[in-house]
Design a protein. Sequence first.
Length: 259
Amino acid sequence: GHSHGQPAEQKPLVPGVKAIVAVASGKGGVGKSTTASNLALAMAANGLKVGLLDADIYGPSMPRMLGISGRPTSHDGRILEPMENYGIKVMSMGFLVAEDTPMIWRGPMVMSALQQMLRDVNWGTLDVLVVDMPPGTGDAQLTMAQQVPLAGAIIVSTPQDIALLDARKGLNMFRRVDVPVLGIIENMSYFCCPNCGHRTDIFSHGGARKEAADLGMEFLGEIPLHLDIRETSDQGQPIVVSQPDSEHAKAYRGIAKRV
Ligand code: ADP
């Protein structure tokens, strides 16, 4: 068929990294970064060697979510050592600039920053490098999807978002650049009351599975809207590592096995 993707030789693989998987969303605020961090930690809990690249250059959230501060070091002044916590290796623009510094770069600078975080970092040997993509499906995301040698992409969506077709845009974007979509995760799938455990389908619920099927996408699983998920991430101790026996941690590990 007709392909808009770049030839493979223009996106060389990252030596030592077996697979690069993008976590993407049609728009911001759906819990993409929360999902990417917990998923990366769940993969590590399942026994994989995992790296996490925060490609959300304008709004890096991994330093805070993973409780990592400080700056990456370099032995030769060129290759950066990734930061590390909870057994995963992490690189983020948030380690390289102050948290309150506004990023007013243009596209090409963002791309070169991303390429450096991908290729000029000593990732070592990894089974999987999870890339937390910037939210949305605009030109920047398309270029990124083109220039990173992705093995596949996971789309995070809320139930509402699926209804509004934002997730469909994400699917189409990856299809345009010949990146296989591994499936869709429904986040904030339903609300769990932390006091009584009552479940409310706050954004309506259940459509995701059907939508995924209609779109020819695998449905990887659902994560509820739960206070513990937000609080643990805000504290820099994601639920997969701070409450490994919780239902939520199990759900993330289950999804991690499916991708
Ligand atoms: P995005 O990366 O899509 O912009 P974030 O991961 O930063 O979204 O999440 C946005 C906010 O929603 C954060 O405060 C986060 O803690 C919260 N959040 C995300 N997923 C959940 C969830 N399943 N339950 C509770 N809070 C969540």
